[in-house]
Design a protein around this ligand. Structure first.
Ligand code: ADP
Ligand code: ZN
Ligand code: ZN
Length: 763
């Protein structure tokens, strides 16, 4: 994958390293530099530098800037004939990356054909992406000068000690400084060197140090352990038997079957044996309950990592994981890069969730990386879901993953019955049929709660003219604007553009109408029809902060709410014991998509949201409004028929050569000028086709470039080029040569382009 290059921009400014410790031999150091190039670079080091350490190196024309790279390897002796630039500074005494993490990241750069330096950059905590020394945030040691010495005494003590004198100058006032701050201020020495100098100053009594130890928050363990059902027991035991070796498991458990309880008991067992557990979840902010459950069972050893935390908080969590004081690390996608001192187990909750795929920059899939990581760390991994992905099901069939099943709901809870209302036969008012309204009224009258699910926020999908064909469109995207009544605005849900709504048609002056319901309209209709009901909206316009989220969730849990009108935010893992009816208002949007994964997504969404009903003693019911009751996917969802669904889906994928049977990569390009992106993809295609012919990669099919399904987004025109293969190897071999040719192509500078390996979204 990566080729080494002695000096990418010619031998200008060939710095020669001054050896400060004469005994050491110069080393040739291979470094991953955070630049958009698919190669690693060689530099000259004063001696060996441990792989996984960060270093500051010059880069670019005339070495105009310094960047933080990561050492991949280090070998003695520099070739006399090649002039290497020297490393400016070694930033870490202890490597940031362990060997297995370095191995994982190299594998990822290779697999995703992404610039290796950017891959490493992604995996470094934000705090360490600049040229600062690494500093343990849990154990803060600070230094300050002592006050009892007179000037002549100081002068005498520092005689013939230039390094100490230089460092002591930093302590001009009575402020306290950390090692990292001092390293930054000195710039010329390594932090190890400064550490030695500090020691001398301490011994002479010229400075003093004090230490502040940050203690992890105390969480008393209050939760109790459930007695496991037989299926749960089997699942837990199977994974425990695999502790200490790589094994992958799929935990297919219907909603409410006690998957989380399995995670908890595994985490307890694993931490008892002195090992750490990584738990990846799709969305932390939406599921505070899950975090609470872990804390109540495992106490303060539970640490979280997600994008809602400040860089400092994330750094602290990262450190706890690295040091081993965190026994359970719970995080979203990027937490897969968290170091672990004693890795024991990885759990991926809702493994089918799309949020595990990074959709820009380094487009990795956290589930797939986690599987690779587990195999490299030689630990088991558990992929849990009520609706496992087709990839995971297929891997079970191929014998790669072992299947563990939870087929019953726990306690007395039962799966809800599912009914449908045929929209061809029944009229709707603002999205609701009288039947669904009645069903809701009945539940509320019985003191129960109702969820109405519609995956569109705002008031109306389209604002248009009743006479001519005019509709309010976003002028930056190929999309209609959504009307929001609360704010009286038209909004584009793709680029965020906000416009004032017209009162009359700008084309013909006729009155406007609003078509297609969103959460706001549903709420309005309900308020009119059920004036006594307490209604809350649960969408991203309403759930704007963590505290608002908690307020709404506890309102629902305590029974202060009768009806929840929600988007897919409501489907994610919440446990509402009093919900007895889930109404699915408009599943049909999902049936019209051209994406081959759309049926899978629809099925997953339906099962997840239906899973909110009947989670406790009260029996639940799901009502679906649809104009397509005959649709095979809907029918299978209605019957809770998972295996029927898997069979149908896999059969269709196989026939079309789609994943998991075939392998895909998608080139994307975008440009502000129309036609430029597709033009550029034709150029890419030509390059790829030539390589394919020359190397005879017959299995690989390179399609024609096309405009993206939504061509215009935020003012840019987008196009894509699909590459398919029924074998993985020729595809990846082709991509390797292809990407390196693209980097040198002069055309590649005019258009923004990227390569998406195993794409999950095709628009
Ligand atoms: P899932 O994660 O599959 O949706 P949970 O683990 O949240 O399911 O379990 C659903 C509910 O059942 C929770 O309230 C949980 O405390 C309870 N539960 C889990 N396992 C058991 C068990 N073995 N016996 C009784 N109740 C259980
Ligand atoms: Zn008109
Ligand atoms: Zn837009």
């Amino acid at each position: 994958m990566t080729s080494t290059s002695p000096d990418p921009f010619g031998p200008d400014n060939p710095a020669v390293y001054e050896k400060d410790s004469p005994g050491e031999q110069a080393h040739r150091i291979q470094i991953a530099v955070p630049v958009p190039l698919r190669q690693v670079f060689d530099y000259l080091g004063p001696g060996p530098v441990a792989p996984g350490s960060r270093v500051l190196v010059p880069f670019g024309m005339k070495s105009s800037r310094s960047v933080v790279g990561v050492v991949l390897s280090s070998r003695p002796g520099a070739d006399e004939n090649i002039r290497l630039k020297a490393i400016e500074r070694i930033l870490d005494d202890v490597p940031v990356f362990t060997d297995s993490m370095t191995g994982l990241l190299l594998w990822a750069a290779n697999y995703y054909h992404h610039p290796v330096g950017e891959v490493f950059q992604t995996a470094i905590p934000v705090k360490l992406r600049s040229a600062v020394g690494i500093e343990n945030p849990l154990r803060e040691i600070r230094y300050r000068r002592t006050t009892h010495l007179s000037m002549p005494e100081i002068g005498k003590l520092l005689e013939r000690a230039p390094k100490q004198r230089q460092l002591f100058r930093q302590f001009s006032d009575s402020s306290e400084y950390s090692l990292a701050q001092l390293t930054d201020a000195m710039a010329t020495a390594t932090s190890a060197g400064i550490h030695r100098t500090l020691k001398s100053l301490l011994e002479k009594g010229m400075i003093e140090r004090h230490e502040r130890r940050d203690r992890p928050d105390e969480y008393p363990v209050t939760g109790f352990q459930e007695r496991l059902t037989d299926e749960q027991r089997t699942a837990v035991d199977s994974v425990i038997e695999s502790f200490g070796q790589y094994r992958s498991f799929v935990l297919h458990g219907i909603t409410g079957s006690g998957k989380t309880e399995v995670y908890l008991q595994l985490a307890q067992q694993c931490s008892k044996s002195g090992h750490q557990v990584m738990v990846l979840i799709p969305e932390i902010a939406l599921t505070p309950q899950l975090l609470e459950r872990f804390r109540s069972r495992l106490g303060g050893g539970v640490t979280v990592i997600h994008s809602g935390l400040s860089a400092q908080q994330r750094y602290t969590s990262w450190w706890r994981a690295r040091e081993g004081t965190a026994t359970v690390i719970i995080g979203t996608r990027s937490a897969v890069f968290t170091p672990m001192k004693q890795p024991g187990l990885i759990i991926i909750d809702e493994e089918h969730d799309h949020s595990y795929k990074q959709q820009d920059g380094f487009r990795y899939h956290a589930r797939d990386l986690a599987i690779k990581r587990a195999s490299m760390e030689n630990i088991p991994i558990l992929l849990g879901s009520a609706t496992p992905s087709m990839e995971s099901i297929h891997n079970v069939e191929k014998g790669k993953h072992r299947l563990l099943k939870l087929s019953q709901r726990t306690g007395r809870a039962r799966l809800p019955g599912i009914e449908w209302i045929d929209l061809q036969k029944h009229r709707q008012n603002g999205g609701l049929t009288p039947q669904l309204l009645e069903a809701a009224r009945t539940e509320i009258d019985n003191g129960c709660q109702v969820i109405l699910y519609i995956n569109r926020r705002g008031y109306a999908a389209v604002a248009g003219c009743t006479r001519c064909d005019w509709k309010a469109r976003c002028d930056r995207c190929d999309a209609w604007l959504t009307f929001h009544r609360k704010t009286n605005t038209l909004r584009c849900h793709h680029c965020g553009r906000i416009a004032r709504p017209e009162s009359h048609c700008p084309e013909c002056g006729h009155a406007l109408f609003y078509h297609g319901a969103g959460t706001q309209r549903l709420e309005e209709v309900l308020k009119r029809q059920l004036p006594d009901a307490r209604i809350v909206r649960f969408d991203s316009d309403e759930v704007t902060s963590r505290s608002r989220l908690e307020e709404i969730l506890s309102g629902i849990q305590q029974g202060d709410m009768d009806i929840v009108v929600g988007t897919q935010l409501i489907s994610k893992g919440h446990d509402f014991p009093r919900v007895t009816l889930v109404g699915i208002v408009d599943p049909d949007q999902g049936l019209y998509s051209t994406d081959f994964r759309a049926p899978e997504y629809l099925f997953q969404q339906l099962v997840q949201v239906a899973g909110r009903a009947g989670r406790d003693q009260l029996p639940g019911k799901v009502v679906i409004q649809t104009a397509h009751p005959e649709n095979p996917y809907l029918k299978l969802a209605l019957g809770h028929d998972y295996s029927g669904f898997h069979q149908l889906c896999l059969q269709q994928r196989k026939a079309a050569g789609f994943p998991p049977f075939g392998f895909m990569a998608l080139w994307r390009a975008e440009s502000a000028s129309p036609g430029a992106a597709i033009q550029f993809l034709r150029h890419i295609r030509q390059i790829g086709s030539n390589i394919r012919e020359n190397r005879n990669y017959r299995e690989v099919e390179i399609l024609d470039p096309v405009s993206s399904p939504m061509e215009k987004l935020a003012g840019r025109y987008r196009a894509q080029l699909l590459v398919k293969s029924n074998l993985r190897k020729p595809l990846h071999d082709l991509l390797s040569s292809w990407t390196s040719e693209m980097e040198t192509s002069t055309q590649a500078r005019k258009v923004r382009w990227s390569l998406d390996v195993d794409p999950t979204e095709m628009y």
